[in-house]
Write a protein that binds this ligand. Structure first.
Ligand SMILES: [Zn+2]
Length: 68
């Protein structure tokens, strides 16, 4: 197993389904929940954490970079 772990966050803009993808995995072009092609991919680096907030108008993603 590689020690490197890159995750991409994928979010459906319609039903707000979301998941973390390992980089190199196939990914999604359609949302598995609602079937629309509204998937957005947000790259997430190793040393970042993120907070998702669900809002009426959409999703707010807040990134926090860990300080070392
Ligand atoms: Zn969806």
């Amino acid at each position: 197993m590689s020690g490197e772990e890159h995750r991409d966050l994928v979010i459906c803009g319609i039903c707000l389904w979301s998941a973390s993808l390992l980089r190199g995995s196939k990914g999604f072009t359609k949302c598995p929940m609602c079937g629309k092609e509204t998937i957005e991919v947000i790259p997430v680096n190793d040393h970042e954490t993120y907070t998702l907030r669900m809002k009426e108008k959409g999703i707010e993603v807040e990134f926090d970079v860990e300080r070392r």
